[in-house]
Structures are given as structure tokens and as C-alpha cells.
Write a protein that binds this ligand. Structure first.
Ligand SMILES: *Cc1c(COP(=O)(O)O)cnc(C)c1O
Length: 234
């Protein structure tokens, strides 16, 4: 099942790249394994997947403790400052930076480990009340504000588009995120040169790739529906 799903996703990514005149190597598939057991992750690993996404710090800790193979773990979910200390050296990138307190805590914890943490700024492109992230018009000032933190490498922007049955309706948000990245880059803020756009999920990753996504975050399309009624690792 996971193998077949991955074949479909890979084919869709290749076709979207072709439509957009992009090289397949420009897009990294993040397999979003949240709520899914290690056995599912191992099936994806057997298909060559090495990049995984989780939205809870505890789940990253549990899974990295159990799986010893070298993999890349992305923290894609909302993050509380008091959990940051577990991530440097464990997660390779944090996609959900949207406030100064969180950025300063990442700075502090990365400095303690003497490493530089790759981060993305989360932007709420559709101004949804239910979602975290900065509004688009706050993003540039925020980037400027945290650009002086020496243990943060601001790699780009991330957005979670609205849930929809019509992926085309999210194109405007993906295009908007790309334009926002380009306009912030053009401001010439010292130390800021963003190359990354994390956008597109199971319902809309092909459109996101057409609009410039460099990371797509696909969960359901690989691992199937999530069951939140059951505890994992239990
Ligand atoms: C769960 C999640 C995804 C994956 O969602 P699917 O619709 O299952 O592909 C992507 N990004 C974030 C931030 C998530 O929390």
C-alpha cells in the first residue's frame, strides 16, 4: 500500500515538475509520518524515502530513539518554546517559526549545541483564524528582526493552505508565498537569502510545485488516513 502510494506521488511530482519546466531535483518530498507507527516509516524507508515530517516534538523524539538509520526529520507543526531544547541535533529544519520568543529560544538552544538551525517562517496566507503563522504583511519585518540571530539560518517560508477539494483554489496562496519570498530577498537584508518554499500537502502538492514549492509535505497520500482516536507507541 505505502509502496504503491509512493509510486503515485512520485509520478505526480514528476508530472508537475515537467509542466512547470522544473527539474525533479528541485523538489524534496517530505513524508509526513505523524500518528503513524515506526513500521510504516520502515516501509517508506524500504522504498528509498529518507526525509520525514512530524508535528509533535515528543513523536520525533520517540521515533528517532527507535530508528537508528540516518534520516532527515523536519519539525512541521506548531512549536512551543519550552519544547525547542529537544530539537537541535535531532531535527534538521523547523518549518513553523512565527514569533520572536520562539526564534530566540531556537537561537539559545542551537548556540548551546554549537550548531546553526535551519528554519522557515510560517505565513498564514489565507488569513485563517484557525491557523498559526504570521500574516503576509508582517513577514518582512519579522525576518529582519530575527536575521541577527547567529544560530538561525532563515532558509525560506512555509504555509499551510486552506483545506479544499479544489486544489486550484490554493494556487493564489502558493503564488503569493513565492512572491513574498522573492520580495523579502530583494530587500537585501544582511544574512537573508531564502531559497526554500515549503508548501503543498496531499490535496494540493502538484499545484504547489507548479508555483515553486521546494518542499512538499505529504502524509495521507503516502500513509493513508490518520486515526487520531488511537494512541501510537502504546
Ligand atoms: C499533517 C500535515 C501535513 C500532511 O497533511 P496531508 O494532508 O495528510 O498530506 C502537512 N503539513 C503539515 C504542517 C501537517 O501538519
Amino acid at each position: 500500500m505505502i509502496k504503491e502510494n509512493l509510486e503515485v506521488v512520485e509520478k505526480n511530482i514528476c508530472e508537475a515538475c515537467k509542466r512547470a519546466g522544473r527539474d525533479r531535483s528541485e523538489v524534496t518530498l517530505i513524508a509526513v509520518s505523524k500518528t503513524k507507527p515506526v513500521s510504516d516509516i520502515r516501509q517508506a524507508m524500504d522504498c528509498g524515502i529518507t526525509v520525514f515530517g512530524e508535528n509533535k516534538v515528543q513523536e520525533i523524539r520517540d521515533k528517532t530513539a527507535e530508528i537508528k538509520e540516518p534520516l532527515s526529520w523536519h519539525m512541521i507543526g506548531h512549536l512551543q518554546a519550552n519544547k525547542v531544547k529537544y530539537l537541535p541535533g535531532v531535527a534538521c529544519m523547523i518549518h513553523s517559526v512565527d514569533n520572536i520568543k520562539l526564534a530566540e529560544e531556537i537561537e539559545k538552544q542551537a548556540a548551546k549545541k554549537d550548531l546553526v538551525m535551519d528554519v522557515l517562517i510560517e505565513v498564514n496566507m489565507a488569513h485563517e483564524d484557525t491557523k498559526f503563522g504570521l500574516s503576509p504583511d508582517e513577514a518582512a519585518d519579522f525576518v529582519k528582526e530575527i536575521s541577527t540571530l547567529r544560530h538561525l539560518n532563515i532558509r525560506g517560508l512555509m504555509t499551510i493552505a486552506p483545506y479544499t477539494d479544489d486544489p486550484e483554489s490554493n494556487r493564489v496562496y502558493f503564488k503569493g508565498l513565492r512572491e513574498l519570498r522573492d520580495s523579502i530577498n530583494a530587500m537585501g537584508i544582511p544574512n537573508v537569502k531564502m531559497d526554500t518554499l515549503s508548501m503543498g500537502m496531499t490535496g494540493d502538492y502538484q499545484v504547489a510545485i507548479e508555483e515553486g514549492a521546494t518542499f512538499v509535505r505529504v502524509g495521507t497520500g503516502i500513509f493513508g488516513e490518520r486515526d487520531y482516536s488511537q494512541k501510537i507507541n502504546g
